[in-house]
Design a protein around this ligand. Structure first.
Ligand code: TRP
Length: 340
C-alpha cells in the first residue's frame, strides 16, 4: 500500500496510546502520512487512553494528562481538526462493546503468538500475572479499526501484526454471520525512516527507553540530544576513517536532511577520514531545529487555549461515536441481538 493508491472512498483510522509525548519516531513513522492524507479522504484519529490503561492502571493520571498532550502533538504537526476527526477512545463505549464480541473470535494461543504483544510481554516481564486487558488489547484494537470500517491504517511497522489480527477477526466474523458487515484494512507503513533508531543506536526510538527526541522538545533539548548521539566509537581522531553503517547521526541525516546529495558527500568524507563528529552533528542539529521550530510554535498556540482543544476533542468524539454506534448496531443485528 502506498500513498498514491489512496482514493476518496478510503477511510483512515489510526491512533496513539496516551502515555507519553510523541517523538520524532512517531513523526516519520505515521504522523507525516496522516497530515498528507487528511485532505484525500476521511480520517479518524484516536487518542487511545483505554489501551494505555491496559498496562498502566497504576498511572491513570499520567494517561489522562497525555490525552491533551498527544492532541497538542497532533495539532502541532499540522493535523487539521476541520479535516480529521480526533477523538478520545474511552468516551466511545461502543468500542468496548464491539471488542467484547470479538474476544469470542480469538484464542489465547493466537493472542500470545502476536509478535508485537510477544515483544511487549518480554519487555514488561509479564508471566501469568499479565493483565487480561493487556493480552487482549489486539481485539480491542480490531474494534477501533472496524468500528469505522477503516480501509487504511497508517502506523509504524510494529503495528502490522495488529492489522493482520484485525483482518482475521473481520473474516471470521463475516463468515460466521454469512454477511459482509466488517471491512478489512491495510496497514500503511512509512517507506523511509521506518524504525528510526534511538539516540543510543540500540533500539528503535522510544520514550520509555529514554532514547527519544520528543516533538515538544525545546531547542536546547534538541541540541543536547543530537550531541549525545551514538556515532562510531572507533572514530577517535578527526583524521580517522569513520563508519557510516550503524552510525545514528547518518541514519537521521538520511531521514531528515532535505539534500540527499549533500548527505552522500558527508558520508564519503566521513569514510575517508577528516570529518569531525561535531561537524556532522551540527549539520543534523540545524535540520532538526528547522523541522521542529514551526511545530513548537503551533503547539504553543494551541497549548495556550486548552479549552479550545477540549472543544475540538468533544466535537470529534461526538462524530466518532455516531459512526461507531452505527457499526455496532449492524454487528448486533447480524448476531440476532436486535430483539425489539
Ligand atoms: N496500538 C497503538 C499504539 O501503540 C494505538 C492504537 C490503538 C491504534 N488503537 C489503534 C493504532 C487502532 C492504530 C489503529 O500506539
Amino acid at each position: 500500500m502506498n500513498l498514491d493508491n489512496i482514493s476518496p472512498q478510503d477511510i483512515i483510522l489510526t491512533g496513539d496510546r496516551t502515555n507519553g509525548p510523541l517523538h520524532l519516531g512517531h513523526y516519520v513513522g505515521s504522523l507525516c502520512n496522516r497530515v498528507r492524507l487528511q485532505s484525500h479522504c476521511q480520517q479518524f484519529l484516536l487518542l487511545a487512553d483505554a489501551q494505555s490503561l491496559t498496562d498502566n492502571m497504576g498511572n491513570y493520571l499520567q494517561v489522562r494528562d497525555h490525552v491533551l498532550q498527544v492532541a497538542l502533538d497532533y495539532l502541532a504537526v499540522g493535523i487539521d481538526p476541520a479535516q480529521s476527526t480526533i477523538f478520545i477512545q474511552s468516551l466511545v463505549p461502543e468500542l468496548s462493546e464491539l471488542a467484547s464480541y470479538y474476544l469470542n473470535l480469538v484464542s489465547v494461543a493466537r493472542l500470545e503468538r502476536n509478535p508485537t504483544v510477544k515483544d511487549e510481554i518480554k519487555q514488561r516481564g509479564y508471566q501469568r500475572d499479565i493483565p487480561v486487558g493487556f493480552l487482549t488489547y489486539p481485539a480491542a484494537q480490531a474494534a477501533d479499526i472496524t468500528a469505522f470500517k477503516a480501509t487504511i491504517v497508517p502506523v509504524g511497522a510494529d503495528q502490522i501484526p495488529m492489522i493482520e489480527q484485525t483482518n482475521e477477526i473481520v473474516r471470521r466474523f463475516n463468515s460466521n454471520v454469512g454477511q459482509s458487515i466488517l471491512v478489512e484494512a491495510q496497514a500503511l507503513v512509512p517507506t523511509i525512516g521506518a524504525r528510526l533508531p534511538g539516540l543510543d543506536g540500540k533500539a528503535k526510538m522510544s520514550k520509555s527507553l529514554g532514547n527519544s527526541i520528543s516533538l515538544s522538545a525545546s531547542a536546547d533539548e534538541i541540541r543536547q540530544a543530537v550531541h549525545s548521539m551514538y556515532t562510531d566509537p572507533a572514530h577517535l581522531r578527526i583524521s580517522d576513517p569513520g563508519q557510516v553503517a550503524g552510525n545514528v547521526v547518518f541514519s537521521y541525516l538520511d531521514v531528515f536532511h532535505p539534500d540527499s546529495q549533500r548527505v552522500a558527500e558527508l558520508k564519503a568524507q566521513y569514510q575517508q577520514g577528516g570529518l569531525a563528529d561535531s561537524v556532522l552533528k551540527q549539520e543534523l542539529e540545524t535540520c532538526l531545529q528547522s523541522l521542529l521550530a514551526p511545530i513548537r510554535t503551533r503547539r504553543q498556540h494551541y497549548a495556550s487555549d486548552p479549552a479550545m482543544v477540549m472543544e475540538i476533542l468533544k466535537t470529534g468524539t461526538r462524530r466518532a461515536r455516531d459512526v461507531a454506534a452505527k457499526t455496532l448496531s449492524e454487528v448486533k443485528a447480524a448476531l440476532g441481538l436486535n430483539y425489539y
